[in-house]
Ligand binder design. Structure first.
Ligand code: BES
Ligand code: MN
Ligand code: ZN
Length: 497
């Protein structure tokens, strides 16, 4: 796939296909109106005949439109003009890619980025168009099955901007969009890989390769190293598995600044069967996605490295499997975390917090400016927020605001949840400093409260991505979220925007 930014008239494009929008009740967008004028009202006459009404996401392909130089004109329905916002824009762009994919055109010029959206500039629209296009042509290629052929569809997309002086902004957005799309792609590939391939060792190899390719340092701590550090909580989860656990540490420092780093900590459970507190069989395969937090850290590091973002960032990924075994954690077991706090494991399926708590304590040594952990942590978060927003928790109002804004910017949205001390009581244990579960009420909140006990020494936020990191059903697969959010967050931090 190749993208370029141009400024020109729709009727003068010599492409296989020109894409323009039509609002509901057949109101033409500016580019559609230009084609209508050039063709002596041809578009208008077709629309009046009732071939298209402009319903959001609909499309109509026309050949040999008079007065134009292109082979085809693709009309995309935009819905009601006054309701046209981010969501509608994204639907329209996705519809245009899908329509192109079904036809023979292999180069196209899209005029959809010109459509006005409140509070969004041309840069935003271009970035979104690139991410969405890459998203819809994405096909997971399993290393061993050649099931999916590469898609035929478009391979050259010209994104048209309304004014010549948008061209520079457009090119910047193009680079940003491509970098984020490549990070999303990595996160999706890793997420989609099955647990028998994507093991902790595999993740460590991928991280090392990433560091090699972009020239940043990657360390991998082995079980023995973690024993020395006293990571009793993390290692207790890993005990039930034949795969050795790894703690992957990425050091990206492009400005070579002496600025303190921003740390991203990602949950990397490469398969979560629940342990002795075994999960039910239905949909258990989806627990291969339990490393999507880790994948989002790797994807984000890829994106910022592609952009050459001047920032000091550290990535910390605790990774292991959670399986039942003769040597696995048992309900009632008590472990000592690296912080010295003891934990009564009342449910071995609440393992994410057990590996993250030691990773958070480990992160202290970098004296981070801020720490964000990313985890497919609780089913309760899916019940609370569904599949559109990730849960946002933390101990710093400023950091929470920053992440919220980054999510809005990237349209990879999060919603704030409380971590009040009132909830901490639910974690009380008679036998240790805390239990690892807090009961059914507010399950995503008590999980965050558990983590907060290991994040006292820095500004910290936690993203629960259980509802957003992958899709079930017919569109099943990893989404690559929250790579867009995290990348925008780091962009804001580096002051590049
Ligand atoms: N990885 C799961 C969370 C999860 C479950 C994400 C379903 C997406 C869909 C996590 O390790 C887990 O099992 N959490 C438990 C916690 C409970 C035992 C307190 C849960 O959410 O049921
Ligand atoms: Mn679990
Ligand atoms: Zn889990």
């Amino acid at each position: 796939m190749e993208f370029s930014i141009k400024n020109g008239n729709p009727e003068k494009q010599r492409n296989a296909c020109v894409i323009v929008g039509v609002y509901e009740s057949r109101k033409l967008s500016a580019a559609a109106a230009a084609i209508d004028r050039a063709s002596d009202g041809y578009l208008g006459s077709i629309l009046r005949r009732g071939d298209m009404e402009g319903k959001l996401g609909s499309s109509l392909l026309l050949h040999n439109v008079p007065g134009t130089l292109c082979d085809r004109v693709l009309l995309i329905g935009l819905g009601k003009e006054r309701e046209f916002r981010e969501r509608e824009y994204r639907r329209a762009v996705a519809a245009s890619v899908k329509a192109l994919d079904n036809h023979g055109a292999n180069d196209a010029a899209s005029f959809l980025a010109e459509l006005p959206i409140k509070k969004r500039d041309i840069g935003w629209k271009i970035e979104q168009m690139i991410e969405l296009t890459m998203d819809s042509i994405y096909r997971f290629a399993h290393p061993q099955c050649k099931k999916d052929e590469e898609r035929r569809g478009v391979y050259k997309l010209i994104i048209n901007v309304p004014q010549r002086n948008d061209l520079k902004k457009g090119d910047v957005a193009l680079q940003r969009g491509l970098a984020i799309a490549s990070g999303i792609r990595l996160a999706k590939d890793l997420g989609n890989l099955p647990g028998n391939i994507c093991t902790p060792s595999y993740l460590a190899e991928q991280a090392a390769e990433l560091g090699n390719h972009y020239g940043f340092k990657v360390e991998v701590l082995e079980k023995a190293d973690m024993e020395k550090l006293g990571m009793g909580s993390f290692l207790s989860v890993a005990k039930g598995s034949r795969q050795p656990p790894k703690l992957i540490v990425l050091h990206y420092n492009k400005g070579e600044t002496d600025q303190k780093p921003v740390a991203l900590v990602g949950k990397g459970i490469t398969f979560d069967a629940g342990g002795i507190s075994l999960k039910p069989a239905g949909d258990m395969d989806e627990m291969k996605y339990d490393m999507c937090g880790a994948a989002s850290v790797l994807g984000t590091f890829k994106a910022i490295a592609e952009m050459n973002l001047p920032i000091n960032a550290v990535g910390v990924i605790p990774t292991c499997e959670n399986l039942p075994d003769g040597n696995a954690n048992k309900p009632g077991d008590i472990v000592t975390s690296m912080s010295g706090q003891t934990i009564e494991i009342l449910n071995t399926d609440a393992e994410g917090r057990l590996i993250l708590c030691d990773a958070l304590t480990y992160t202290e040594r970098f004296e981070p400016e801020a720490v964000v952990d990313i985890a497919t942590l609780t089913g309760a978060c899916v019940i609370a927020l569904g599949h559109h927003a990730s849960g946002l928790f933390g101990n710093s109002d400023n950091l929470i605001k920053e992440l919220h804004n980054a999510g809005e910017d990237a349209f990879d949205r999060v919603w704030p949840m409380p971590t009040w001390d009132d909830y901490q009581d639910q974690l009380k244990s008679n036998f240790a400093d805390m239990g690892n579960i807090g009961g059914r009420a507010g399950g995503s909140i008590t999980a965050a409260c558990f983590l907060s006990r290991f994040a006292k020494k820095f500004d910290w936020a936690h993203l629960d991505i259980a509802g957003t990191a992958w899709k079930s059903g017919k569109d099943r697969g990893a989404t690559g979220r929250p790579v867009p959010l995290l990348t925008h967050f780091l962009m804001q931090r580096s002051g590049e925007r």
